[in-house]
Design a protein around this ligand. Structure first.
Ligand code: NAP
Ligand code: GDD
Length: 337
């Protein structure tokens, strides 16, 4: 029997990779898209199937995590076997500028979706995109038993969504799990997250389109993995006999400065000649160090990461160099596939 999945955040980095994975596995995939005044489907255009296409297995719906009634209607209509809640205002720095909206979309939005599953009266498995940001100020290594101490409105909203997911599992016996994912990146990463901001700048500096790159705190330590591998972990979490929560990480630490060294070095550039400081990119309260212990995911899911931070930086620089080269040649195609 073909399975049906609903993905919120389908237009984002993870949503696009997860859609590809599920389509490969034979699923029919429904994606929730926010209405925008311009096209916001660039990451999924290559798998888009129009309403006229016979036997289509990729279907997009307009809705929003802030609109609970639309979510109930959508779940009643689709009756998915699996729901992946990836939608969120996901930028930590922006969450200080828009804390209430972040709380609404990222925190309450998850509860709306859980409640919509219940209201629709359907039997479905639920994945919540939880985050290592929830650990915040608690020192590494962090695993499933590490106490949360969020340091941003985004982190606090994710803690709310985390506990709502646990509560629906305990209160209603729902198969609901939290994937506590550490930072994961790719050529599809949003351009304002630090890794992509760096690799895009490397490509533009190399091409003579830019000279300087303004950044904030270079001392932050992160555990950076490769997004296509992380969406596989999400899928595995929904295929188990019992629902439980998992950390997904590489266990390898690097500072922003070390990422700069690798990314600029890969293009034959010295980052010190180009990087400047701007306090605008610092956070009112920073998360100093995130390094995950994913041994539970390896033991129970058989999941193990292959790509480590240095290879990741090289993959992203190469993709951005190809992208900039194509743009300069007037070829308006995405080259990250
Ligand atoms: P992303 O690229 O920023 O994508 C976020 C998605 O959420 C986009 O599709 C966005 O739509 C959608 N969205 C935003 N507000 C929404 C709303 N009000 N209603 C419905 N959809 C909304 O994020 P990502 O990196 O793929 O991450 C996926 C999820 O994992 C997020 O929940 C994120 O917080 C979480 N997470 C990410 C990481 C990471 O390192 N990437 C780590 C841990 C957890 P538009 O395209 O229209 O903006
Ligand atoms: N974005 C950004 N821009 N970050 C900068 C900059 C800059 O110019 N300069 C330094 N940084 C530092 C930030 O202060 C932070 O310590 C680190 O780089 C990583 O920042 P981001 O790439 O924005 O990611 P994040 O760690 O804050 O959040 C990401 O990972 C979380 C999981 O730990 C996001 O994807 C979240 O959605 C996700 O939950």
């Amino acid at each position: 029997m073909t399975k049906t999945a609903l993905i919120t955040g389908v237009t984002g980095q993870d949503g696009s990779y997860l859609s590809e994975l599920l389509l490969e596995k034979g699923y029919t995939v429904h994606g929730l898209v926010r209405r925008s005044s311009s096209f916001n489907t660039e990451r999924i255009d290559h798998i888009y199937q129009g309403p006229q296409e016979p036997g289509r297995r990729f279907v997009l719906h307009h809705a929003d995590l802030c609109d609970g009634v639309a979510l109930v209607n959508l779940l009643r209509e689709i009756q998915p076997d699996e729901v992946y809640n990836l939608g969120a205002q996901s930028h930590v720095r922006v969450s200080f500028d828009a804390p209430l909206y972040t709380g609404d979309a990222t925190g309450l939005g998850s509860l709306r979706l859980l409640e919509a599953v219940r209201a629709a009266g359907i039997d479905t498995r639920f994945y919540q995109a939880s985050s290592s940001e929830m650990f915040g100020a608690t020192p590494p290594p962090q695993n499933e038993g590490t106490p949360f101490h969020p340091r941003s409105p985004y982190g606090a909203a994710k803690v709310y969504a985390y506990w709502s997911t646990v509560n629906y599992r305990e209160a209603y016996g729902m198969y609901a799990v939290n994937g506590i994912l550490f930072n994961h990146e790719s050529p599809r990463r949003g351009e304002t997250f630090v890794t992509r901001k760096i690799t895009r700048a490397v490509a533009r500096i190399k091409a003579g389109l830019q000279r300087e790159l303004y950044l904030g705190n270079l001392d932050a330590v992160r555990d950076w993995g490769y997004a296509p591998e992380y969406v596989d972990a999400m899928w595995r979490m929904l295929q188990q006999d019992e629902p439980t929560d998992y950390v997904v990480a590489t266990g390898v630490a690097a500072t922003v400065r070390e990422f700069l060294e690798t990314a600029f070095g890969h293009a034959g550039l010295d980052w010190r000649e180009h990087v400047r400081h701007d306090a605008k990119y610092e956070r009112p309260s920073e998360v100093d160090a995130l390094i995950g212990d994913a041994s539970k995911a390896e033991r129970l899911l058989g999941w193990k990461p292959e790509v480590r931070v240095e290879e990741l930086a090289r993959i992203m620089v190469d993709a951005d160099v190809r992208q900039v080269t194509a743009e300069l040649a007037g070829t308006a195609v995405r080259v990250d596939r």
